[in-house]
Design a protein around this ligand. Sequence first.
Ligand SMILES: [Zn+2]
Length: 107
Amino acid sequence: MKEKGSNKQIDSRSTCWYCGQPATQMDHINPVFLGGNNSPTNLVPVCSWCNKSKRHYPIEEWRKKLALKYGYSFSEIQRNFWISRGITLPPDAKFIFYFEKMGWVIS
Ligand SMILES: [Zn+2]
């Protein structure tokens, strides 16, 4: 992960990857409910609000719900990130999560 300027203050291990608030929990990107596992590539730190809001939704389903409230377009980085994890983004989905803005990737 790149760090420069004020971004040094922000720690990807203690910040919610979805919204940027302080993280207090871990979320399964691909829900256990839908076959997600406990591997590091499937876990990200999140705040309680995002964890509750996302619940058992797959990321793209949750993103659609959020997109009804917020209007953003996907970047190239976002699409490549999710494609690398086997997730195809719906062409009309709109919402940028915090980790995508920051350029953080799950490793
Ligand atoms: Zn959050």
